[in-house]
Design a protein. Sequence first.
Lengths: 111, 116
Amino acid sequence: LAKTTQPISMDSYEGQEVNITCSHNNIATNDYITWYQQFPSQGPRFIIQGYKTKVTNEVASLFIPADRKSSTLSLPRVSLSDTAVYYCLVGELNNFNKFYFGSGTKLNVKP
Amino acid sequence: SAVISQKPSRDICQRGTSLTIQCQVDSQVTMMFWYRQQPGQSLTLIATANQGSEATYESGFVIDKFPISRPNLTFSTLTVSNMSPEDSSIYLCSVEDLGAVTDTQYFGPGTRLTVL
């Protein structure tokens, strides 16, 4: 299983775009990249998933370069409610994949 | 997405006792998982709850300490046995959703356990 490395914490201000990068140098050919968000006292919540290039949904965008050794979660115009821990995971789809969480990135959005 | 509930939401227990945590899903799912999240830490996978067979435990976790049941495709329990203060954590269950586009896990709200 590919190990992931993320910054421990990041600070931002309301209205800014936030980019959180995750390193996964040993990602396997069949691995997908998934990001979760966790608020205090809640279970993690799925944000976005991708394999290559760019994926966008109503919440975020995920940028994956051609070598797939890293990925960047982009949150447009963050608000105070986006203050949370963000986890990057890699794993094979449709293989009853077990998720191994890394340390995550604590995003602190300031007014 | 699946809706997952856990009972109890929190509990305070005495050392040496056991607590059983329930996880209920609103639809049938193949895979269910149990995680532990210690204060200020990330999530650690405890085991995979297999329907109709024994759970599969991760390194560092054993069945005698964390017995798991999975009687059907919508329900599972995790028991924390012979508790000590080191077992104080949030325990979360999750289910795998093999969607058409994504394959991900959905998590319950967690059970906050404090052992005195």
